[in-house]
Write a protein that binds this ligand. Structure first.
Ligand SMILES: [Zn+2]
Ligand SMILES: [Zn+2]
Length: 453
């Protein structure tokens, strides 16, 4: 990772546009899998003290292992517990890691007014809510916040709210100043990966000189167009006009064609609900019918494999996003319930993988997770050859979305080269992250099974 260019060294340029604001373009061509640049967190915090908030009001006890007293301004130390508690009650802040990041930025600002000059140039959404939060903090904690102009405090809250990245390996959140200059696209040409406090951006499609670099702000890889657009407007304050939103069919909303047996219908932005096979359009009555069913399912997703099968009612195609997410939610619990029914378990995972390959045919970070989970399920069912195949697929995708010689890709390489042979070995090999929880759940189900025996 050391040899990777920082933003300043990388073959990229920052551009400015009256409508788009600032964005980043490539100054050389990139191939899929090329790492474009890396960025260190400007500020970051973890959620480590979240549970301690109920137990102690002691400032020093609420510090993370990477923090010391000087991480926070003297003026906020005495009421630190009260301030943090008040901040996480505010909807626009909510999380303790984000609250801490805000307090650290204020601390930097108090130390040197110019230290936030780059941060304060970033754009953000939800101005009224940010301003309301800033006003409340200044009123309720004058000693800590009165010296910060309302406009600056509003902006710090806004920028952290809009631009923070999750730091999975640290259970926290961080702000990466260069990465948030990149524009959003629902079908982006770049992907980002975080490890500890480093974020790096990788090209996932061929990128030409001059092309804007884009990432998917909301990670909405299997969400319908209307939902993606609503999220962008609410969370980031702009209407997405990317090709996926304005020209391509909405693959996440998939229906069985009423006019031909194997056809699949999607909503096309200009033409309406059209079958890819027979090209016929759905009539209004058919459209009303599928929309009513979607509405019904949005309120309550089926929570059994049989339920998912019945929910389609002959109208929704198996690639429909509501059926996919119902299966995804079943992923962990479903695997537990089906661990002794290998055929059903394999069937469920085949469906998940087939659907994600249909809706997201290109390389995508989430697909490495699904193939990794598929591999684990195959280990559990004793299909070690199949597990190796799934790990290989995850590794192949990771080479593109995270770059070949990076920690997450190398971890998958190890799994390909030495596939775990049993459930116990899986538990041993998966040290941290979501897979760990997954295995814990599997373990619990094992214990339950033993209880039942
Ligand atoms: Zn879009
Ligand atoms: Zn058709």
């Amino acid at each position: 990772m050391e040899s990777i260019n920082t933003f300043d060294q990388a073959a990229v340029a920052t551009q400015s546009d009256a409508i788009k604001g600032r964005y980043v373009t490539a100054t050389k061509a990139f191939a899929p899998g090329d790492i474009v640049f890396k960025d260190e967190a400007f500020v970051y915090s973890t959620c480590d003290c979240e549970e301690l908030l109920d137990e102690t009001t002691d400032f020093t006890k609420l510090l993370d292992s990477n923090e010391d007293q000087t991480s926070y301004a003297r003026s906020m130390r005495k009421s630190f517990h009260k301030i943090l508690s008040a901040m996480i009650e505010m909807e626009i802040i909510s999380d303790v890691d984000r609250a801490k990041c805000i307090l650290k930025c204020i601390t930097m600002y108090i130390g040197d007014k110019n230290s936030l000059s780059n941060l304060l140039q970033l754009s953000y959404a939800n101005e009224p809510a940010c301003k309301a939060a800033a006003s409340t903090l200044r009123k309720d904690f004058p000693i800590a916040f009165q010296s910060i102009p309302l406009s600056v405090l509003t902006k710090i809250i806004g920028v952290l709210n809009t631009n923070s990245h999750e730091l999975e390996t640290l259970n926290g959140t961080g702000l990466f100043l260069s990465a948030c200059l990149m524009e959003h696209n629902c079908a982006p040409n770049c992907s980002f990966t975080t490890n500890e406090t480093t974020l790096w951006v990788t090209a996932i499609r061929p990128i030409a000189i001059g092309e804007p670099l884009s990432i998917d702000y909301g990670n909405m890889f299997y969400r319908p167009t209307s939902e993606r657009q609503a999220t962008m407007l609410e969370g980031y304050g702009f209407e997405c006009t990317c090709v996926a939103c304005t020209e391509l069919p909405d693959l996440a909303r998939a229906f069985i064609c009423p006019n031909c047996p194997s056809g699949i219908v999607h909503l096309f932005p200009k033409e309406g609900y059209k079958c890819l096979q027979c090209q016929k359009l759905m009539n209004q009555k058919q459209i009303d019918q599928v929309c009513a069913l979607e509405k019904e399912l949005q309120e309550e997703l089926p929570d059994t494999l049989e339920g998912v099968g019945q929910a389609a009612k002959g109208l929704l195609h198996q690639h429909h996003y509501l059926l996919f997410w119902a299966l995804d939610a079943l992923g962990l619990r479903g695997a537990q319930a089906l661990v002794h029914n290998v055929t059903k378990l394999a069937h469920m995972w085949d469906r998940i993988i087939t659907s994600i390959e249909y809706v997201v045919p290109g390389a995508h970070h989430e697909k490495t997770i699904y193939y990794d989970q598929l591999a684990q399920v195959r280990v559990i069912t004793g299909d070690i050859g199949g597990a190796k195949q799934a790990y290989s697929k995850a590794y192949e995708i990771s080479c593109i979305v995270s770059g070949a010689n990076t920690p997450p890709t190398l971890a998958l390489k190890e799994l390909v080269d030495d596939v775990p042979k049993s459930r116990d070995e899986l538990v041993e090999r998966y040290g941290t992250g979501h897979e760990d929880e997954y295995m814990e759940e599997m373990e619990e189900s094992d214990e339950e099974d033993e209880d039942m025996d």
